[in-house]
Ligand binder design. Structure first.
Ligand code: X2X
Length: 343
């Protein structure tokens, strides 16, 4: 008797279990849309591809991700990407802090001019408590952040002249990305900044509608900007934009605990690889990408300590102004973390 009851109860709970797992499976979409600005020809897109492959393999195909480069799910308007993720028009993304900073103000932290002198400084922020606090802000804004990646140190290119000092920037028409902070920075330097999406930037450079732009070397080289007259390149390391691997909240909650753990770990693994790829060829130890760029007839200029100091000084008021928007406490913590970084 007892055993029969036991078996009966067991059968019931097995049936219940099976029911919940089919319920889960039927909640799952056939395909999850992942947004990125640039394709798999760039470290950024490769990071997204690694993530999606790891997830597909480790979930045995339960979670199937498709990449949408060119921010095509929002018609290329990268400043609308974050809102679209929150609303569920986009399921997942690997996005730049710059593009999401209109919605998550504290992400402007990384765009503060000359805050982060080197990769160790970037790491001190994203791998430390500052990174945790920023993930808290993204979460509060309704999106689930999983891992930090990297677009990279943004260098300045133009078609007109060598730039060594702020004076050299006078009147240059420069394409900048979608946070008002960039308009402030380039206005403070005497240039004439104009905000446009990456999709619009490339034709604008090709036709000479703008004289220059700023982007990591992987983007500059991958998009062959030396072929659209961007022959002067200044390495000034004025800022670097991290990438964030995220999932829409409802999508995240529709997955089983097991699958969430897989997606999170895959994001961490992919992001780690992506950071390594994005830093390749742009360090003193390995300048291979720089050499390739020089091979296309580009004049590459580095700043002397004096000229660097002149840029820092000219942009100091922008730093101070934006410190308030970002949060003084967060900026102070970031500055301290950078001072104490492992070198
Ligand atoms: O638009 C840009 O410059 C890019 C590709 O770097 C970003 O999306 C931030």
């Amino acid at each position: 008797m007892k055993i029969r009851h036991l078996l009966g109860a067991l059968a019931c709970s097995i049936a219940a279990l099976a029911a919940t797992s089919t319920a889960h499976a039927s909640n799952y979409k056939q395909e999850y849309k992942l947004s990125i600005v640039v394709s798999t020809a760039f470290p950024w897109g490769q990071g997204a591809e690694i993530w999606s492959n790891l997830v597909r393999e480790r979930t045995n195909g339960r979670i199937n991700i498709k990449l949408y480069p060119g921010t095509s799910l929002v018609q290329g308007d990268q400043t609308r990407e974050f809102t679209a993720i929150r609303q569920g028009l986009i399921d997942m993304a690997v996005g730049s802090t710059i593009n999401w900073s209109p919605q998550v103000k504290s992400l402007n932290l990384f765009s503060l001019p000359f805050l982060m002198p080197d990769f160790a400084a970037v790491d001190a922020l994203i791998q430390g408590n500052v990174g945790k606090r920023l993930f808290g802000d993204i979460e509060k804004a309704g999106v689930v952040p999983l891992a930090w990646g990297e677009n990279g140190y943004r260098q300045l290119s133009n078609s007109k002249r060598v730039i060594q000092t702020p004076d050299d920037m006078k009147g240059l028409k420069l394409r900048v990305v979608g946070s008002p902070l960039f308009i402030d920075t380039f206005t403070a330097l005497g240039a004439n900044p104009t905000q446009m999406s990456w999709a619009d930037a490339q034709p604008a450079l090709a036709t000479g509608a703008v004289d220059g732009q700023e982007n990591p070397l992987s983007i500059y080289a991958g998009a062959k900007l030396y072929d659209v007259a961007q022959k002067y390149l200044t390495l000034w390391n004025y800022m670097a934009d991290p990438l964030v691997f995220v999932v829409n909240k409802q999508v995240w909650e529709s997955w089983t605990e097991e699958d969430r753990a897989i997606v999170r770990q895959a994001a961490l693994d992919a992001a780690k690889q992506e950071i390594a790829i994005s830093r390749k060829g742009v360090t003193p130890q390995d300048p291979s990408l720089l050499k390739t760029i020089e091979g296309h007839g580009v004049t590459v200029t580095s700043l002397t300590p004096e000229n660097h100091a002149a840029f820092v000084k000219a942009t100091q008021p922008v730093f101070e102004k934006w410190k308030k928007t970002i949060g003084e406490d967060l900026v102070n913590e970031a500055v301290k973390a950078i001072e104490n970084r492992a070198k």
